[in-house]
Ligand binder design. Structure first.
Ligand code: GLA
Length: 371
């Protein structure tokens, strides 16, 4: 095997936490995520043949080799499919070597897969001078995940990984991908956003995610609307009899979550963190009871954080495991962490991991080396 030469382009992209607006990106709603400081880096080098080689800095001897003509949606494999899928969706026709590095916690629901896709995408776009906008890159990386890897995700994770800016949350309208930056400076108010990785990974995730999407779609068909974005609470309640119980509950979450997200933007601009905390907790209750995607570990983390003074707490991401967030005073964070660790121990759950992050910048090209 020929050696790895120095890269032509180095690019990086972050993971994300969603403040509020959960499971509504595929219903064309509003979401309010921010990029975290944990990032994935892709080092890319052009080849003069059709070969693709992918490896991770953590396991340098483990090289996956493929070729442009072999790229096909639905291919079997491991994490490298997220890289190959992006080469495929961007329509690259030349060979490339890609080495991946990074510190986005894996399996924690913090979008390590979007970080990987977006780092590769922005690097390829730069290296081959494709001139793709961040919106185009978001749609192409989502296409890679949907079609190549076969995960039916929405557009939120890739969009925020690409379009986020430091110091702000990103209000994303998932109908047209327009964005508004909302300043999000917790530190100045003596607050912190604690990320609690429950380390729970319930096997349900993929199938249940697809089922939630289907229930939202069948509710739309019955109500004769294009998406749940076109519904308001009063109409939903008036039309309750035309939906089954499952469709009603899923639609109720989506419609109420869209309203909460817009309200969160208003209170965030006013720096009313008590109101923000209340909305965050209401979001959790809705995800737990209407959307039914929480689990014992997530509920425990949220309940304990609230009992120890958090202003708000909720599960984040796809559900059935992964992370929760808690908004709390900086002086309370240690107590909350200790209490959650203790509660997890008594419940015989896996040991939780804790992270924190300021809102960070989105994907970028770090270096272009001329040769
Ligand atoms: C996953 C998906 C996103 C979004 C969230 C839930 O992270 O990738 O598109 O649907 O779940 O908000």
């Amino acid at each position: 095997m020929s050696e790895w030469l120095s890269p032509d382009v180095i690019a990086s992209a972050p993971g994300r936490v969603n403040l509020i607006g959960e499971h509504i990106d595929y219903s064309q709603g509003f979401v309010l995520p921010f990029a975290i400081s944990y990032r994935t880096t892709a080092s890319l080098r052009r080849r003069d043949d059709q070969v693709i080689r992918v490896r991770s800095k953590q396991r340098l001897d483990d090289v996956v080799t493929s070729s442009i003509s072999e790229l096909a949606p639905g291919s079997q494999g491991g994490w490298e499919r997220y890289v190959l899928g992006v080469i495929w969706s961007l329509g690259i026709k030349e060979g490339v070597d890609i080495e991946i590095d990074g510190d986005v916690p894996l399996g924690a629901g913090l979008s390590s897969s979007a970080a990987l896709e977006c780092a590769v995408a922005i690097g390829l776009s730069e290296m081959f001078s494709l001139g793709l906008s961040k919106k185009e890159l978001a749609l192409l990386t989502q296409k890679a995940e949907n079609q190549y890897v076969g995960v039916p995700c929405g557009i939120m994770d890739q969009s925020v990984s690409l379009m986020a800016e430091a110091g702000a949350a990103l209000l994303l309208d998932c109908r047209d991908l327009s964005t508004t930056l909302v300043p999000f400076d917790l530190g100045a108010s003596g607050l912190e956003l604690l990320i609690i990785d429950t380390q729970a990974h319930h096997a349900l995730v993929d199938g249940e995610y697809a089922k939630r999407r289907q229930a939202c779609e069948s509710a739309c068909t019955k109500l004769q609307i294009a998406s749940l974005r076109d519904l308001d609470l009063a109409t939903l309640i008036a039309d309750r009899d035309s939906l089954n119980d499952e469709e009603f509950k899923r639609a109720h979450h989506a419609v109420s979550e869209m309203a909460r997200t817009l309200e969160a933007v208003v209170v965030l601009r006013q720096k009313d963190f008590v109101a923000l905390g209340r909305l965050i907790t209401q979001s959790h209750v809705s995800l737990r009871d209407d959307y039914e995607i929480s689990c014992a570990e997530l509920n425990c983390a949220v309940d304990v954080a609230l009992a120890h003074g958090a202003l708000g707490a909720r599960m984040v991401g796809g559900g059935f495991g992964g992370s929760a967030i808690a908004l709390a005073g900086q002086s309370q964070i240690e107590e909350i962490k200790g209490a959650i660790a203790e509660a997890f121990k008594s419940a015989s759950f896996r040991e939780p991991r804790f992270f924190t992050s300021l809102p960070s910048e989105g994907a970028k090209v770090i270096k272009r080396l001329d040769r």
